[in-house]
Design a protein around this ligand. Sequence first.
Ligand code: FMN
Length: 184
Amino acid sequence: MKVLGISGSLRAASTARAALKIALEGAAAAAAAVELLDLRELDLPLYDEDQARYTPANREAITRLQNAAAAADAFILASPEYHGGPSGVLKNAIDHLTGSHFKGKAAGIVTVAGGRVSPVTTAHMLRIILRQLHAYAVPQQVAIPAAEKLFDAAGNPADGELSERLRELGTEVVRLARALAHSS
Ligand SMILES: Cc1cc2nc3c(=O)[nH]c(=O)nc-3n(C[C@H](O)[C@H](O)[C@H](O)COP(=O)(O)O)c2cc1C
């Protein structure tokens, strides 16, 4: 059972990545193999259906993303809220994938916002994208307002209850992935 985490912020001190790491700890505690695909380390180009302008490094990054997604049994997507929706970074990564990477697989959603309003709408937008790709998003989701205040500089959460919810999300994703594996 493999769970792939993809985070939609390239920021070094990203709270979305910090939250995703904790959700993946929950998946690992449920005996899944976990991987956090850090988009900061990939030279992923803006998706271009013509592909003509892709460099060799771009192509390598796309293959790395696609192979990781193909090998995954489940996903946890994390995104900052940018202007009321998921970040372009995450959507661009998803655009490099197809329904074949997601179909029939379990997924979990984490969103973070700078403001005090919970980024639930952004989580719902990701849910709609996952539905379009025929993935099964677990009903639990973690939408974190004022995220900067909830993590210290090292990315450790100051809020034990939040950590618990993130870990539970990871566990639920693995539980659904196992149920789907047994039903096919
Ligand atoms: C382009 C942009 C748009 C943003 N839009 C929103 C927004 O609509 N609502 C909000 O609460 N925060 C907004 N923010 C703040 C981010 O959600 C916040 O800084 C978040 O923690 C960034 O995630 P990160 O820590 O993973 O980089 C925006 C930030 C940027 C850069």
